[in-house]
Design a protein around this ligand. Structure first.
Ligand code: IMP
Ligand code: MG
Length: 447
């Protein structure tokens, strides 16, 4: 495991408004350590209080971060969570695929909160063709669908990989947009591919539909275009505090997740290097819920199909912030978390929503899998095949049956709750540095 170059105390300062230690200067990365929706929004929100720059490095409007500030609820999809903090500079990097509709809505938050935003000129624009194919494929696949968010994410990244995208900077000029959409027969080729979905063909966007739609956003983005990689490089020289904000989670990563049930972008620490060229984060903080959820299809070894799962869903408000879909719920899976920590480059963990488990008399935790009548090896890759057939081995811990939402220091947690945290640390070989005990900003216990 890569050693973090900061002390736990310096990291604790990131989650507190007053502390004897100052938060470290340099880059910190925060990523999801499960299947997305780990409660990153709340954790990032605390950390942005100490950041000069917050940068999104991957994904698009498939993400949904919920942030509660006093009685106000903000949901962001495309812009970094620092937009709710006055004065914080927020960057959307070259690896993000931009949904202009979501962007426009979130720019209102930027104005209201007096934060700043810059968008990378080279970022890929999501357009109508992407959303069309995402929806058409999901509908045609019927029960073999992937359960995508239908935000056009997969088709947009396909175009990026095949080097035929509209870049955000192209929006300065309608001719550049038209060129990008017609070069090397782009639109004609997509139109031909669309005939595979005859039922929907009459809604396939024309060139003019796409161009008119995109150009309507020119004014929104015109003054926000930037070279975000240069800005990050300069900020590094000036020893600024930079926070890289991940979307989704390691288990949904395009390479490390269970293909085809993944998203189409990088969700590990590797994606920070691949997009911003930053390889020296002081710490990579993985966020994991005290139980597990997944939205969309794909293997989920500890999923509960019973009343216990339903209770988790209701108590934890486990409904997607992007699509409103009910999330699948299950027990904490330390076999998956251990894998995610290793393959995602995670150095520390933050555990969220521990308070939700207060309602359960017994808490089960998966510490390993049996696959094809043998134990899954310590460093074995958790492919779709392995995860689909893995039988979880559980340990059972007694619940604590008392509220913990007032706890601010881990030593004040009930003994049984501390046992759970100890088990997480033991199995993942990562320190848990903070624990979410409620949805408010201040409801966090420092470990
Ligand atoms: P896509 O990213 O919309 O193509 O969806 C692919 C899979 O990733 C689906 O199972 C989605 O539900 C899931 N997914 C994508 N983004 C998120 C997220 O931010 N949180 C949770 N699940 C996500
Ligand atoms: Mg989410």
């Amino acid at each position: 495991m890569r050693k973090a170059t900061v002390s736990d105390r310096e990291l604790h300062a990131l989650f507190q408004t007053t502390c004897d230690y100052t938060p470290p200067r340099g880059s910190i990365t925060l990523i999801g350590a499960q299947w997305g929706d780990e409660g990153k929004g709340k954790v990032i929100d605390l950390m942005t209080g100490h950041a000069d720059i917050v940068a999104r490095f991957g994904g698009g409007a498939n993400a949904g971060h919920t942030i509660y500030v006093k009685d106000k609820k903000y949901v962001t999809h495309i812009l970094p969570s620092g937009i709710v903090r006055r004065g914080v500079i927020n960057l959307v990097g070259p690896g993000v695929v931009i949904d202009l509709g979501a962007l426009r809505t979130e720019l209102e938050i930027v104005n209201a909160c007096q934060s700043q935003v810059y968008l990378d000129r080279s970022a890929t624009v999501v357009h109508k063709i992407h959303r069309w194919f995402d929806a058409a494929r999901e509908a045609a696949a019927r029960d073999l669908n992937l359960g995508t968010t239908k935000r056009g994410i997969g088709p947009a990244y396909e175009d990026l990989a095949s080097r035929r995208t509209v870049k955000l900077g192209d929006l300065l000029n309608a001719d550049r947009v038209r060129k990008a959409l017609t070069e090397r027969s782009y639109h004609e080729e997509k139109r031909a591919a669309a005939t595979a979905y005859p039922d929907m063909l009459d809604t396939f966007p024309t060139l003019d539909d796409i161009i008119d739609d995109l150009m309507a956003y020119q004014r929104d983005i015109r003054d926000l275009l930037d070279d975000t990689r240069e800005r990050i490089a300069l900020a590094q020289i000036e020893q600024k505090r930079i926070l890289f904000e991940g979307a989704q989670g390691v288990m949904l990563d395009i390479f490390q997740g269970s293909q085809p049930y993944t998203t189409s972008s990088g969700c590990t620490h590797g994606a920070v290097g691949a997009t911003f060229g930053v390889y020296d984060s002081l710490a990579v903080i993985g966020v994991a819920k005290a139980y597990a959820t997944r939205v969309g299809l794909g293997p989920f070894p500890t999923e509960l199909h019973d009343e216990t799962g339903e209770r988790m869903r209701q108590l934890g408000h486990e409904f997607g912030s992007t699509t409103g879909r009910p999330r699948r719920c299950g027990w904490l899976d330390l076999a998956a978390l251990k894998y995610a920590a290793r393959i995602g480059g995670i150095t520390h963990l933050v555990i969220t929503k521990l308070d939700i488990l207060s309602a359960f008399d017994t808490i089960k935790v998966c510490t390993g899998y049996t696959f094809e009548n043998r134990p899954v090896r310590d460093n074995e890759t958790l492919t779709n095949r392995v995860l689909s057939e893995a039988v979880p081995n559980y340990v059972e811990l007694p619940g604590w049956n008392e509220p913990i939402d007032e706890v601010r220091d881990v030593v004040d947690l009930p003994h049984q709750a501390r046992r759970l945290i100890d088990l997480i640390e033991l199995e993942t070989e990562r320190r848990v540095i903070a624990i979410g005990v409620g949805q408010e900003r201040e409801q966090i216990a420092i470990a």
